[in-house]
Design a protein around this ligand. Structure first.
Ligand code: HEC
Length: 273
């Protein structure tokens, strides 16, 4: 009896498997349309790529400027505090001044009422909205995600962010009506469902003014710089991780040689006999 039951349970599983294999390709035509128009991220070469990667501090500083002047209007950077900006090559006085140029939430010491005060190096970047409800109501009910970890959180990482920022195009003529952007949405083939609620944030050359000696602030350059900066926010310790990795490998190499030599030493006598 149990055997027969087991046989039917197994048969059920096999039937479900066959059903899913046959049915999946036809499951939803919408999927295949978005897949057809969806593009893979463009290539983006950053100094921090690869096992020898180090940050280009000049680029990170430019990227922070783009975040500060453009993206921070809608996106928070909740996990980054000002004093970690020394990783971008700023000194203590610069960090203090930079923190103080931001208003952060605080409490009035006399009344205990909520108020704002100039930032300190120990503060985090202040969020643009008080909470999710305020953020959504200002953005057509879409939520601008926190950008601290976005290059880790999204498949494609920094190249994806770069492609998204530079990838807005006109809606293709052959795009089916149900995939066309509705009100408040913008067509971008690098976004998984093709239409996103963020209007193109970088639109014109010179939107941000870089200090002399830096490349021209073209849309492409600003997008690259802010993507590089968001790699740093997601992993500020990347350089020391790389350095520790190489030191560990060097140690293992030396240790292997030592072990081999001591093996030879120990067995030399025995083998001789
Ligand atoms: C006017 C507000 C606004 C500005 C300015 C803005 N964004 Fe956005 N952003 C949004 C909104 C809203 C979303 C959510 C879009 C959605 O889910 O459809 C978003 C989403 C994103 C996403 C996530 C996309 C995904 O895969 O989910 C990234 C990355 C991003 N923005 C980066 C940036 C960067 C970098 C800047 C600065 C150059 C910037 N944004 C400026 C409103 C803004």
């Amino acid at each position: 009896m149990v055997r027969i039951l087991a046989f039917f349970v197994g048969l059920g599983f096999v039937a479900a498997l066959i059903f899913s294999i046959i049915v999946t390709p036809f499951a939803s035509t919408e999927e295949s349309v978005t897949e057809e128009f969806h593009k893979q991220p463009k290539t983006l070469a950053l100094a921090s790529d690869g096992p020898f990667g180090r940050y280009d501090k000049q680029q990170l500083q430019r990227g922070m400027q783009v975040y500060n002047e453009v993206c921070s209007a809608c996106h928070s950077l909740n996990l980054v505090n000002f004093y970690s900006l020394e990783g971008l090559g700023y000194n203590e006085a610069q960090i203090k001044a930079y923190a103080a140029s931001h208003e952060v939430p605080g409490l009035d010491p006399d009344t205990g009422e909520p108020t704002t005060r100039p930032g300190l190096p120990s503060d985090h970047f202040p969020a643009p909205y008080a909470n999710e409800i305020a953020a959504r109501s200002a953005n057509n009910n879409a939520l601008p995600p926190d950008l601290s970890l976005i290059t880790k959180a999204r498949e494609g990482g920094a190249p994806y962010v770069y492609s998204l920022l530079t990838g807005y195009t006109a809606v293709p003529a052959d795009l089916p009506a149900e995939n066309r952007p509705g009100t408040g949405l913008h067509y971008n083939p690098y976004f998984a469902n093709l239409n996103l609620a963020m209007a193109p944030p970088l639109t014109s050359e010179g939107q941000v003014t870089y200090a002399p000696g830096n490349p021209k602030p073209t849309v492409d350059q600003m997008a690259k710089d802010v993507s590089a900066f968001l790699v740093w926010t997601a992993e500020p310790k990347l350089e020391s991780r790389h350095a520790i990795g190489w030191a560990a490998l060097a140690f293992l190499l030396i240790f292997t040689v030592l072990t081999y030599l001591s093996y030879r030493q120990i067995w030399a006598e025995k083998k001789g006999k």
